[in-house]
Design a binder for this molecule. Structure first.
Ligand SMILES: Nc1ncnc2c1ncn2[C@@H]1O[C@H](COP(=O)(O)OP(=O)(O)OP(=O)(O)O)[C@@H](O)[C@H]1O
Ligand SMILES: [Mg+2]
Length: 343
């Protein structure tokens, strides 16, 4: 009785702690925050650092900040690169979600990459506890992605989900509410951006920044030829003359630039299929593979994977929100919730 009363008035919430985006939901209110995982930090001469902005405001500062201000991405490649700033970022989002009006400290489910070490998991948990959480539960990203994509994860049935985020591509075969086989590789959206930077440098002698590379990937990137006209004009610094110049980049260029990291994703997917127990593999042959995460939006990626693994591949509804939606659903579903790790 008391527990259910507390449940009704407490502000239980979920955080999808992504390397590119943090998405927060609050029980009965749905998704209320969706912002880049970026923190702007100012370091004074005496070495003290102060947080100037978190989220979208901080992302807008990337590559455009004066010397003493740095736009930091505290999570990189699916791991926590800076514990202290990650903790401050978690605290910021918890406070932003609840303002001052919170009566009770919330229970929080945080979605973390599958590849996180025990030390990192502990650090995430402790950050949330020190930021005001009453209890912290962790859910693994492929599981949250599967739930959010609407797969029947609780059934005795093989479901294969591939979540392509900013830092990691996580692949999981889920059955009966658990991950049967899974794999996390540190090749995802960020690596595609870096591959574009390297390609443009090599082919056109042009230096471009991270934000430009991401923009090129989104506007002109494809995994297979889709027949669309994806040519675009880009601006950067010529490595030889040091002048700012414009170059016309073809859609084929961008596809060529992203070729190796895409191949690595496909190889990881293939290796999971080889390890999948035969009965579950049979289900996957029938129902196909579901893609989630921002990387699922790359043009033709479903067809690209499908041609390699010879199975149907689908993009989930709202792939950028699938993990956050799945984590929010775990909060509502006691059968899933009671299996989550809170040690
Ligand atoms: N339309 C698009 N086409 C291609 N890539 C996109 C598109 N929209 C977003 N992305 C990429 O998706 C990535 C972010 O996806 P997402 O928010 O799922 O990652 P994340 O959850 O923060 O990261 P991770 O799960 O690795 O910790 C970024 O690399 C971004 O550039
Ligand atoms: Mg993610």
């Amino acid at each position: 009785m008391l527990t259910s009363l507390i449940g009704a008035i407490s502000n239980d919430m979920t955080i999808d702690l992504g390397t590119a985006n943090v998405v927060v939901s609050v029980k009965n209110r749905g998704i209320i925050i969706n912002e880049p995982s970026v923190v702007a930090v100012q370091t004074s001469r005496n070495g003290r650092s102060k947080i100037l902005a978190v989220g979208q405001e901080a992302k807008n500062m990337i590559g455009k900040t004066p010397g003493d201000i740095q736009a930091v991405r505290p999570m990189k490649d699916g791991v926590i690169a800076d514990f202290d700033i990650t903790e401050k970022m978690i605290r910021h989002f918890i406070q932003k979600a609840h303002g001052r009006k919170s009566l009770l400290r919330p229970r929080i489910i945080i979605c973390v990459p599958y590849g996180l070490t025990q030390v990192e998991r502990k650090a995430v948990r402790e950050s949330a506890l020190s930021a005001g959480a009453r209890e912290v539960y962790l859910i693994e990203e492929p599981m949250a992605a599967g739930i959010g994509a609407g797969l029947p994860v609780q059934e005795p049935h093989g479901n294969l989900v591939v979540d392509i985020g900013g830092g990691t591509t996580e692949i999981g075969v889920i059955s009966l509410g658990g991950l049967v086989v899974s794999k996390s590789i540190r090749v995802a959206g960020d690596k595609l951006d870096t591959a574009i930077i390297d390609y443009v440098k090599k082919k056109y002698n042009l230096l471009i920044g991270e934000r430009t590379a991401e923009d090129i990937k989104i506007k002109a990137g494809s995994a297979v030829d889709t027949g669309e006209d994806l040519n675009m004009v880009i601006k950067g610094r010529d490595q030889i003359s040091q002048l700012l110049v414009r170059v016309e980049l073809a859609g084929d260029d961008v596809r060529e630039a992203m070729k190796d990291p895409l191949k690595e994703m496909a190889n990881a997917l293939r290796s999971i299929l080889e390890k999948t127990p035969p009965d579950l593999a049979g289900d996957i042959v029938e129902n196909g593979v579901v893609l989630t995460g921002g990387g699922a939006l790359i043009r033709g990626l479903d067809k690209y994977f499908s041609d390699i693994i010879k199975l149907p591949v689908y993009v989930s509804d709202e792939p950028l929100l699938a993990v956050a939606k799945g984590t929010a659903m775990a909060l509502e579903n006691i059968e899933i919730f009671k299996h989550l790790d809170n040690e």
